[in-house]
Design a binder for this molecule. Structure first.
Ligand code: SF4
Length: 278
């Protein structure tokens, strides 16, 4: 700065002081608002959580809505395993473990042409049957189960597949899932619900159960699904698992259950996600 030049001093009009006071006041108002905001957020959260507490996934109205939408989506679906009698269905169901229905349907026409009756199977050794069912996987165990079941049916049940849960469960390789398939699909008896991998996954996603064990899942579903729907519901859910609700990357965007499904692993959602629903 050249010597002798004095910088201009602000005029003493009091405007600066007023502006400073206004600025300080506006700052303190902003600080007060910022302090109040978390309170408002907390209140909103509390309101939300009280709403979440009132949500009941197994509310009969919600379950009815799920059933209604499944009926619209899969009006008359049934078991995808090809069969023409109870024995063939039993064999196909045993073979379907850890395999696909498509794969089993490829094997069974030739199998039942080669061995048309339960007596034909009863005369085999498991080793003789193994090559015929090799492509369904786990063929050694499956051959043992099929031949063992045939022998039991011929010797204890007069060659007829029993239409009774307890008796079916005495057959080798037959657990509740297989028994429920045969009872529901062939004999039209609702003694329980088929719980396979699709039913397990989807009923957990839809929060109809929190269990992981098939037996407990079956019990949970028997409590919330009306008995007259047990057979159809299981088929519908199995079809849903094949068509849309895949294990990986379910097609939620195309799913008619989307706005009532809160599954944690949804690929698209218009509703709140529930971490436990998976
Ligand atoms: S919305 Fe998605 S996760 Fe839920 S049932 Fe449908 S496909 Fe499955």
């Amino acid at each position: 700065m050249p010597r002798g030049v004095i910088p201009r001093q602000p005029a003493k009009t009091g405007r600066q002081d007023r502006a400073a006071r206004q600025f300080a006041r506006s700052q303190s108002r902003a600080a007060a608002a910022a302090l109040a905001r978390p309170e408002r957020g907390k209140a909103r959260l509390a309101k939300k959580s009280s709403k979440a507490k009132s949500y009941n996934p197994i509310d009969p109205e919600r379950v009815r809505e799920i059933l209604k939408r499944l009926d619209q989506l899969y009006p008359d679906v049934t078991c995808a395993l090809h069969h023409s009698n109870a024995w063939q269905l039993l064999v196909a169901t045993i073979l379907s473990a850890q395999s696909t229905d498509v794969n089993v349907n490829r094997v069974t026409p030739e199998l039942f042409r080669k061995y048309p009756t339960v007596e034909d199977f009863a005369r085999l050794t498991p080793e003789q049957l193994q090559p015929d069912i090799y492509s369904t996987g786990f063929f050694r165990n499956k051959a043992k189960s099929v031949v063992g079941a045939a022998k039991e049916i011929v010797s204890n049940f007069g060659g007829q597949v029993p239409d009774d849960m307890e008796k079916l469960l005495t057959l080798p390789g037959v657990a509740r899932k297989t028994a429920n398939v045969v009872l529901g699909t062939w004999f039209k008896k609702s003694d329980g619900l088929v719980v396979d991998t699709h039913v397990t996954r989807i009923s957990r996603r839809l929060e109809l159960t929190r269990s992981e064990e098939p037996q407990k899942i079956e019990q949970d579903l028997m409590r919330v699904i009306p008995r007259e729907k047990w057979i159809l519901f299981a088929h519908q859910i199995i079809w849903h698992g094949r068509k849309l609700c895949f294990a990986r990357s379910p097609k939620c965007v195309d799913c008619p259950l989307e706005n009532i499904c809160h599954a944690a692993d949804k690929t698209w959602s218009t509703v709140e996600i529930h971490k436990g629903a998976k």
